[in-house]
Design a protein. Structure first.
Length: 456
């Protein structure tokens, strides 16, 4: 793989102890574009006046550090859901998180309409086993309200020593009252690759997130499956994969691409424009691929799906993805704090921005409701959360152009509707018979073997 900018880049930095931030993050210094001084000074004067009035007249004595911290957080909160300020201890924790394993309950979270909301439980974790679902609203953590809580603070509350207990107060659509769910924290598994044969010759590999060793483990799994017989088709399952490391997403796509752009980023500044390209790696994988995606597939998952789709190397099957297509730069501050600032959008090889839009599948398939083992009844429908549902999300950036002059050849039959209440549940069922998306993927692979159609 080649990148025209040599930067340490990371996508959707994984907070495995309790959450994933669905964001593309780049570790680098920033040189900004100066604002008009007179406008800035005028607003700073107003801010200083308000600060003075609060200090002199508020009913209780205030701590200047807390006020300034709140002001900074409030300023960033008006920008978009992914820009944030990290205190020194939070920033240090973020740096450590990318290097090891962590203990927590295992959920991906976001702030939706001011409420801490579950995006998806991570498979095999305590939260998953306790039945937490996408769309659940976390109203309290250990009895403390989550109103106006930041994502970083929520992660800190949810994480803790292995074996310790945390109680989350959940409200779910259809419930009359919220329920307290006690969860025992555990080490969140960092193995992101699971593989097996669906049938002789047809491989299935699931990637739950993009970790530092994901591509290596993926290649190893592929080799092991090939020992059982020639692979005639592959199902690559990226459903509910919230992201991971950018370099791993690029390397994953590069496994199946010999040339061309994998992903690019564009921002206001020249230094924020990057291009990642595939290169010949000496490996030959001539079999067809079907990639499974859903509304929980975000960031790195969308990079892989978008690259394979645009290069016509794979069919994308499922429902419209999350739509996380913005770039966050991590900026160290002098006092040890850190600033996560949205600085660019990323684009698929064809130049499409998927910010607040997502990847549209080539084949739209929704899974049926999954029958509960406890009572034999279907699980309740849940609201689907995507980037476009988050308050202050940045726009796609191509709406005006597409409205005036749609790109030729971009329209596909079976275009995804905006309303997705009946899309697939978050939990991927273990029984293949109940997984309509997986069954359809296998059927397509068998058909492709007979009729061809994918670039090889």
């Amino acid at each position: 793989m080649q990148a025209k900018k040599s930067l340490l880049t990371k996508l959707a930095l994984p907070l495995l102890g309790g959450a994933f931030f669905l964001a593309l993050a780049i570790w680098q210094p920033l040189t900004g574009v100066a604002a008009k001084p007179e406008e800035t000074y005028k607003q700073l004067e107003t801010f200083a006046n308000v600060l003075h009035l609060v200090q002199e007249n508020y009913v209780e004595e205030v701590k200047i550090e807390e006020i300034m911290d709140g002001a900074i957080r409030g300023m960033l909160a008006t920008l978009d859901p992914h820009s944030s300020f990290m205190k020194p201890e939070d920033y240090k924790e973020l740096q450590v998180e990318t290097k090891g394993s962590f203990t927590g309950i295992g959920i991906e979270i976001t702030i939706r309409d001011g409420v801490l909301t579950v995006v998806s439980p991570i498979e095999g974790t305590p939260a998953f086993q306790k039945g937490l679902k996408a769309g659940d609203k976390i109203l309290r953590i250990n009895g403390e309200s989550t109103k106006d809580i930041s994502l970083i603070e929520a992660v800190k509350r949810l994480r803790g020593p292995k074996g310790s207990e945390v109680t989350v107060s959940i409200h779910r659509e259809g419930w009359v009252e919220m329920k307290d769910i006690a969860i025992i924290r555990d080490v969140i598994p960092i193995h992101s690759v699971k593989s097996r044969l669906l049938e002789p010759g047809y491989a299935y590999i699931r990637i739950s997130n993009f970790q530092a060793k994901t591509t290596r483990d993926f290649k190893s799994a592929l080799s092991e499956l090939a020992k059982e017989g020639k692979i005639q088709g592959l199902v690559l399952d990226l459903r509910n994969n919230p992201g991971g490391l950018l370099d791993q997403a690029v390397q994953m796509a590069d496994v199946f691409l010999d040339k061309g752009v994998i992903v690019s980023t564009k921002g206001r500044l020249k230094d924020q424009n990057m291009l990642f390209e595939a290169e010949k790696n000496g490996e030959s994988h001539a079999f067809p691929i079907v990639v499974l995606v859903n509304e929980g597939s975000a960031s790195a998952s969308e990079i892989v799906a978008g690259a394979l789709q645009d290069h016509k190397r794979a069919l994308i099957l499922g429902v419209q993805t999350f739509g996380k297509g913005s770039v966050q730069t991590i900026i160290p501050m002098n006092d040890g704090a850190g600033l996560r600032l949205t600085t660019a959008r990323y684009y698929t090889p064809s130049g499409k921005s998927i910010q607040a839009k997502g990847i549209e599948p080539d084949v739209v398939v929704r899974n049926p409701e999954i029958v509960s083992e406890a009572n034999g009844t279907p699980t309740a429908k849940r609201p689907v959360i995507r980037e476009k549902d988050l308050k202050h999300h940045i726009p796609n950036g191509q709406e005006t152009i597409e409205q005036k002059e749609p790109a030729k050849g971009t329209e596909k039959p079976g275009k995804i509707e905006e309303r997705q209440e009946e899309s697939a549940p978050t939990a991927i069922p273990e029984e293949d018979a109940e997984d309509r998306q997986l069954q359809t993927a296998l059927m397509l692979l068998k058909g492709l073997k007979v009729f061809g159609g994918l670039k090889q």
